[in-house]
Design a protein around this ligand. Structure first.
Ligand SMILES: N[C@@H](CCC(=O)N[C@@H](CS)C(=O)NCC(=O)O)C(=O)O
Length: 142
């Protein structure tokens, strides 16, 4: 049985749910409300030491980091495949995933936005400008 700890409005949760759905896998949906800071509580810290979503529970084992979860799902449930057959195509798909997962998401994550708001005294407009800057940079490349 698969159990996904995740948040509806989280892009790392989205990408994991998309893969679960593409592969036709059923799973228990466990909501972790980032907007209520549920991920920062001690209970979720026991599940995911980075206190981020998603976490996939597989037979009592907690898998975290969406990229690692998605690779696990690809290895255990290879059909339908997520990557093209040719090596160049696979490198291109991985590059797109890295732009989103390594270049865009980390700088715009909730904890980063909150830090900019609180420590650098940015209002919603200032934080929004930060998000737009890095999202535009990444999406233009894509
Ligand atoms: N690299 C991790 C990032 C996980 C992560 O931080 N997810 C965001 C939601 S999209 C989160 O939980 N943020 C909480 C926070 O920043 O406090 C992954 O891909 O799973």
């Amino acid at each position: 049985m698969l159990k996904l700890y995740n948040f509806h409005a989280s892009s790392t949760s989205y990408r994991t749910r998309i893969v679960l759905n593409l592969k036709g896998l059923s799973y228990e949906y466990v909501p972790i409300r980032l907007d209520r800071a549920e991920h920062l509580g001690a209970a979720y810290g026991e599940i995911n030491p980075m206190r981020g979503v998603p976490t996939l529970e597989v037979d009592g084992v907690h898998l975290y980091q969406s990229g690692a979860i998605i690779e696990y799902l690809e290895e255990v449930y290879p059909d339908p495949p997520l990557l093209p057959k040719d090596a160049v195509g696979r490198a291109q798909v991985r590059a797109l995933a890295d732009i989103v997962g390594s270049d865009m998401h980390p700088v715009n994550n909730l904890r980063i936005r909150n830090f900019i708001r609180d420590s650098y005294k940015q209002d919603a407009e200032g934080v929004g400008a930060w998000i737009q800057l890095w999202n535009r940079f990444g999406f233009e490349a894509i």
